[in-house]
Design a protein around this ligand. Sequence first.
Ligand code: NAD
Length: 491
Amino acid sequence: MTDYHVIAEGLKLPSQILIDGQWRDALSGATFATIDPSTGRELAQLPACDAADVDAAVASARAAFKSGVWSDLHPTARKAVLVKLAALIEDNLTELAVMEVIDAGKPITDCLEIDVPETASCIRWHAEAQDKLYDQIAPSAPDAVGMIMREPVGVVAAVLPWNFPLMMMAWKIGPALATGNSVIVKPAEQTSLTALRLGQLALEAGVPPGVLNVVTGFGPEVGEPLGRHMDVDALTFTGSTEVGRRFLEYAAQSNVKDVCLEMGGKSAAVVLEDARDIARIAEVQANAIFWNMGENCTANSRIIVHASRYDELVEELRKQAATWVVGDPLDPATQNGPLVSKEHFEKVAGLTQKGKDEGARLICGGEAGQGLSFVPTVFADVTRDMTIFQEEIFGPVVAVTKAANDDEAIELANATAYGLAATLYTSDVAKAHRYARMLNAGTVGVNNYSEGEISTPFGGFKQSGFGGRDNGIHAHEQYTELKTIWLDLNG
Ligand code: NAD
């Protein structure tokens, strides 16, 4: 038993939703269980909300927005509140990290070193940026002034996935709140606890009632009413492509709200003939697919390798996979905990079986570990027609494919419906530039796996993304409307 087990036992878990600064049950009184995927234990009963709760949350967000209590604040005043929120997140680092571990099955070391600190730094980055942004004056004749300015869009709904519960919430509320909007967050039903706790901390930091609301429950009962709501101005979503495309229908069939979608991926690492150290590449790529149990939208679930480097890379990957520590997520030595749920475990196991059935060569893994964990898995000789080449698995399973030459490697990397991220290995700087441009992906890491930083826009090409970007100052475009005010000085 580690210290973190003791902390987990003593955690006070939230059990109500946040609307208008008040903690409430669902209006219907319905609840659902949130489960620790590591132990199968029920952690809490949470409100199973529906359209009536969504209406209440939207009304509260609208009233707060209209009142100007947040939207009309001087940007420096909004900054001060959000910087305080970031500090409160840091003050509560261990509690938030342990809560994330028991709800999502994520390893404690990752939550302590990545998820919680990056949640705080994301909120602080957008807060700090907001009072340093200027609007524009258009070129015009001297008898007119054309002002081009950004205004908050109004009421924003954020529908979140379960793989990085806190970080994905920060990616949305950081820029949405900094730009003056009121927000309704719908966390994934598997992982709602830290979203509610973050709501408490926001109130404590001084975010006014109604400006940040958190409504728990399932997609059809909460996500869809938000997507169809006539008084939600913008909807930001991170999750699967299958669900993402529905939000476009909801918007089209309701008020044509702005929609931004961050969706699935089947990201490839491309190892060109002149790539440097194959052992190092294998180490980086093992992390790129096995980290967070492979439950990562930019996970490099494919590696496309020049034929001359293929056998060596497959062997080095096998060695790397064997070093990966799978176990209890509350143990600091653990690198991979359980998958998030039984349903997701079955999806990963089913797609892995398909890999075997369709003739890919299993190098290692391919089977369940303890409980809901899955052994890090490497398939070689994967071809473009195979399911594991085309479909997102969202587990610790990598497909390695041989390319006859560098151009074919790039062509294979681009041969899926997705375009979220890619990685490129070469020792030639000219090739790095040329091939990075040829990769159809929102982010390309060269000679390392990278999603960029908070300062760089994040989002996907093709069926990985729609309508905008998270991160960087570019994220503010999702949450603001561009307005022209034209002053006729002769009028
Ligand atoms: P999901 O699409 O199943 O669920 C995401 C959210 O949508 C949840 O809150 C869920 O309740 C809600 N939802 C489900 N059905 C709905 C419906 N019919 N109407 C409205 N809302 C509905 O995704 P997930 O399983 O939670 O997350 C995994 C997926 O997220 C993967 O595909 C992954 O690639 C993607 N993801 C993408 C990014 C990115 O930035 N591109 C980041 C993380 C995860």
